[in-house]
Design a binder for this molecule. Structure first.
Ligand SMILES: [Zn+2]
Length: 247
């Protein structure tokens, strides 16, 4: 088999690894955006929950305050009543009654304070979440813009590489092409291994002398007995594939 088939095979192999690099870059960019979107969604739902809790807490606080005011009014009226009635016995009773009232007021006051504290805790939690949401929205907006540009560039590079691959693959010997496809399903973008120093340079398995010599002679339907990759002579390539134009 002509050695330019080995060169073609190496080209296709290199194009494939460039394709895979770009596909996985696009995937990781997309994933990082999806991750941010999920985080934002999560924070928005936390914020909604806090809003509901805050409204309930405000209502509870108002109720406690109302109870306190009503009790205060009742006690003031009772004080007036008591002071208008004289007598030693009633003075003692009044003292006891006012003592009870004082304790009730203390407990109601505690309820008002507790409900206020609860409300304040919820409000500060909500503020934190609101700030996080603002930050996330800004981050997502700027990252999405960058991601869109990056993906556009990567996609157009991918299209170029895919075009090149088609062009090169069509020139491959059908037997070599089908072997490559078969090995490629197992090793995506990594179906070709260089043979040198009597061994496969990918899995480092020593190759039988005859097999090694055949590979060196440019026979490229040989699979490594260790990893099954297609073995090629590294001397059949002299240029690196770095960009679609340079293939
Ligand atoms: Zn191998």
């Amino acid at each position: 088999m002509a050695s330019n088939q080995s060169e073609l095979l190496i080209s296709v192999h290199k194009i494939d690894s460039e394709i895979i690099k770009r596909e996985s870059k696009i995937q990781s960019i997309t994933e990082s955006i999806v991750k941010l979107e999920k985080k934002l969604k999560n924070n928005l739902s936390i914020s909604k929950e806090l809003e509901i809790k805050e409204a309930a807490s405000l209502k509870a606080h108002n109720t406690e305050e109302q109870k306190y005011k009503e009790e205060e009014k009742k006690i003031m009226e009772r004080r007036k009543q008591i002071s208008s009635v004289g007598g030693n016995k009633s003075a003692k009773l009044a003292e006891r009654e006012l003592d009870i009232a004082k304790r009730i007021m203390e407990s109601l006051e505690k309820n008002v304070l507790d409900s206020m504290q609860n409300l304040e805790t919820l409000q500060s939690q909500k503020l934190l979440v609101t700030n996080a949401i603002t930050e996330l929205k800004e981050l997502l907006e700027s990252k999405s813009k960058v991601a869109k540009d990056q993906i556009n560039i990567l996609t157009s590079e991918l299209n170029e590489y895919r075009k090149s691959k088609l062009e090169k693959s069509s020139k491959l010997d059908p037997r070599l092409s089908s072997l490559y496809k078969r090995v490629e399903t197992r090793y995506r973008g990594d179906a070709v291994a260089f043979a040198s120093g009597g061994a496969c340079q990918t899995c480092f398995r020593s190759l039988p002398a005859q097999m090694f010599n055949q590979v060196m002679a440019g026979y490229n339907l040989t699979q490594c007995p260790g990893c099954s990759r297609i073995l090629v002579n590294p001397a059949s390539t002299d240029s690196e594939v770095t960009s679609p134009e340079g293939i």
